[in-house]
Every structure is written in structure tokens, then in C-alpha cells.
Ligand binder design. Structure first.
Ligand code: 5GP
Length: 176
């Protein structure tokens, strides 16, 4: 698959404008506070790198890596921790940064896990939201774009670990 063969759902320009807006809101909401930004690997790495550079607060970053037992395009909701946070989060404001909320099972699991570690707060920032496929009641506190039920790649999102480097978010045809 070449990027030129795929339909662009959200252009690089639209993404960049939205990331700036999200960072503005986050900066306002956490004014005067320190923020720990937790990126969920691997899909959030590009979004997170852009987002934190626009946030004007004292920020630290950490990452978690989870594996889902689902197929490459469908989450099963069974989640295993491959990489945990490096430091305790007790008393900290935590912002989880995720590429996309689909069924919501992964984020629900991660948010619960982190809430049990006594942080001051836990909020979720997702670039994309596919609410039509939701299985648990979870709404991101900060959301870039609500999208229909397409499988998308680019800007960090993969299909079989490829296409993360596409600058736009593109739709993978159902037969791919
Ligand atoms: P959930 O647990 O919400 O169903 O799944 C979330 C995870 O599934 C995302 O972090 C992402 O890794 C993967 N995912 C869900 N929808 C898509 C999609 O359209 N494209 C890609 N590349 N990954 C997706």
C-alpha cells in the first residue's frame, strides 16, 4: 500500500491545527500545575511528540506498552502489560495520550489501572474516537476527531506495524 493509493480521511494540516487546539485547552485546564503525560505505545508516539511540544506547562513523560490479544484490526479487550511506567504516579496529574478509542476496552483497562495507583487525577486525550464501536462507557476528556467506523493508518497508527510514518490519516480499504 502506498499513501498515494489511500483515501485521506484527515490531512496533515487538519491534524496539526487540532493538536495545537488540544494543547491550548490542556495548558489552560492545568494552569499552575505539573503534568505527567503517559503515551500508549506504539500508536501514540507521533501524536504525543507533537502534543507535548505545544503544551506550555512543566511536563514529564512516560510510556506504557500494552498488548491486546485481538487480531491486527480488532481488539479483544484482553490486555497484557508489556512495558509499565518507570515511576510511581501517586499525587500526580496524569494525562493518558492514546491514538484512537475504538471499543474503549484498552483505555478503560489502563485508566482503571492508573487510578488504582492514587494519582491526583487521571484524564484521557485521544486523537481519534470511533464511538460507534464502543463496548464500555468511556469518553475521552480531550478528543481530536470523531470518525466513522473505518480502519485508519498514518500519524502513528499502523496496519501490521506499517504505515505509521504517513503524514495524513488514511482509510484502509475493507478488503486490504
Ligand atoms: P480498543 O480497545 O479501544 O478497541 O482499541 C484501541 C486500540 O486498537 C488502539 O490503540 C489501536 O491500537 C487499535 N485500533 C483501533 N482502531 C484502529 C484503527 O482504525 N486503526 C489502527 N491502526 N488501530 C486501531
Amino acid at each position: 500500500m502506498n499513501q498515494a493509493d489511500l483515501e485521506v480521511l484527515i490531512s496533515e494540516k487538519e491534524i496539526q491545527a487540532k493538536v495545537g487546539e488540544l494543547a491550548e485547552t490542556i495548558t489552560r485546564d492545568y494552569a499552575g500545575q505539573d503534568l505527567l503525560v503517559v503515551g500508549i505505545l506504539k500508536g501514540a508516539f507521533i501524536f504525543m511528540a507533537d502534543l507535548v511540544r505545544h503544551i506550555r506547562l512543566p511536563v514529564t513523560v512516560d510510556f506504557m506498552d500494552m498488548s491486546s490479544y485481538g487480531s491486527s484490526t480488532r481488539s479483544s479487550g484482553e490486555v497484557r502489560i508489556l512495558k509499565d511506567l518507570e515511576k510511581p504516579i501517586e499525587g500526580k496529574h496524569v494525562l493518558i495520550v492514546e491514538d484512537i478509542v475504538d471499543t474503549g476496552l484498552t483505555l478503560n483497562y489502563i485508566a482503571e489501572l492508573l487510578r488504582n495507583r492514587s494519582p491526583k487525577s487521571v484524564r484521557i486525550c485521544a486523537l481519534l474516537d470511533k464511538p460507534s464501536r464502543r463496548k464500555v462507557d468511556i469518553v475521552p476528556d480531550y478528543c481530536g476527531f470523531t470518525i466513522p467506523d473505518h480502519f485508519v493508518v498514518g500519524y502513528g497508527l499502523d496496519y501490521n506495524d506499517q504505515y505509521r510514518n504517513f503524514r495524513d490519516i488514511c482509510i484502509v480499504p475493507a478488503e486490504a
